[in-house]
Design a protein around this ligand. Structure first.
Ligand code: KG4
Ligand code: ZN
Length: 341
């Protein structure tokens, strides 16, 4: 059974054909980084306009790469939230129009549910139950997953998402957008113990908080008299210092994510964890989570980097279960910017 997944929740236009919820036949992603990077973050209006331009070519390429047409598709799974409302509207309107004109059943998928199902697109696949840590630009949440549609949120960020902290710190250091991959790279040549940035462990809670860390980096930069207004401080700052800031900032984020995951494992008595979302592509986080898994005999499932960041294959993977459960969407489906799982 082939599902066509569509995701336009943020700044990537993506379409994918997935067989039986697990086998990725095609996964096309049109990235908008070039458009947004000069602003240091996503400009929602520009994102929606670009989605409008790209949705047809991206869907067309997904079908062509898979060697199929709409006639071969059992269902279209579209992400209807959470996300940027203008961006979501493009994917939802497109999916509804195709479903109406071709008589294809529509299913609606929550973006976070998509991230939970991305580890099923590769071997080995996690058996239920498992803990899912979703760490992206918009979300940092821990879930207990007992099966399809059986999700319980254990904790979430109280302020910035981890990816958002990466992006904001990168912006204040004048390093560019998106910040995650840039800081990840610089950190590889820095000393993670050089600067003692705070770690918000929030005792007794599985919630997260990263806004204090961002402020601590800003204060450090001001104290060391680096000009935060300068467009690119990498020209005036010794590279070694930038590398140390990146490594120390990253160490704080990774320490918190790993520690909180350990707490959740203990609390829920589940020794199986999946990671997804853009920050799960981070090299240090991947390394530390794998080490933690080996030390504590916990099974760790991390999708390859392209399946961690936003993609439509994960929407099709979750959509497959909606289809099998007969959970179809009506053609008056409306996207929502805020949509808890
Ligand atoms: O899941 P995603 O593609 O989109 C959202 O749903 O937000 O995640 C994008 C986020 C951005 O904040 C980006 O800076 C971060 O993921 N990111 C990373 C890395 N690659 C992407 N963060 C840390 N290390 C990386 N290697
Ligand atoms: Zn995402």
């Amino acid at each position: 059974m082939l599902i066509l997944g569509i995701d336009t929740s943020c700044d990537d236009t993506s379409a994918s054909v997935v067989e039986n919820g697990t086998n990725v036949i095609s996964n096309i992603i049109s990235n908008q980084t070039e458009i947004h990077k000069k602003y240091g973050g996503i400009v929602p209006e520009l994102a929606s306009r670009r989605h409008i331009e790209m949705i047809w070519p991206v869907v067309d390429e997904a079908l062509k790469t898979a060697g199929v047409t709409f006639e071969d598709i059992s269902s279209i799974a579209v992400c209807h939230g959470p996300g940027l409302i203008g961006s979501l509207l493009v994917g939802c309107s497109f999916a509804k129009a195709i479903c109406y004109s071709k008589g294809i059943p529509l299913v609606a998928v929550n973006h976070l549910e998509g991230h939970i199902f991305s580890p099923f697109l590769e071997e080995p696949r996690p058996p239920f139950p498992f803990l899912a840590l979703i760490v992206s630009g918009g979300h940092t949440s821990l879930y207990r997953v007992d099966g399809f549609s059986k999700y319980r949120e254990l904790g979430r960020t109280r302020d910035d998402a981890a990816g958002e902290a990466y992006d904001k710190v990168s912006k204040l250091l004048g390093l560019g957008y998106p910040g995650g991959p840039i800081i990840d790279k610089l950190a590889q040549n820095g000393n993670p113990k050089a600067i003692d940035f705070p770690r918000a462990y929030l005792p007794e809670s599985l919630d997260f908080s990263f806004s204090g860390l961002k402020t601590a980096v800003l204060n450090f930069v001001k104290r060391t008299e680096l000009s935060v207004r300068c467009k690119d401080i990498s020209h005036i700052t010794p590279h070694a210092l930038l590398n140390d800031i990146a490594a120390s900032f990253q160490a704080s984020i990774v320490d918190v994510l790993v520690r909180k995951t350990e707490w959740a494992i203990k609390k829920e008595h589940i020794k199986r964890v999946t990671f997804s979302g853009g920050v799960a592509a981070n090299s240090e986080l991947r390394k530390r989570m794998k080490e933690m898994g080996e030390q504590k005999e916990v099974e760790i499932f991390i999708p390859s980097a392209p399946l961690c960041t936003d993609n439509a294959a994960m929407i099709a993977a979750a959509g497959y279960h909606h289809y099998k459960s007969g959970n179809f969407a009506e053609l008056d489906l409306n996207p929502k910017a805020y949509m808890p799982l």
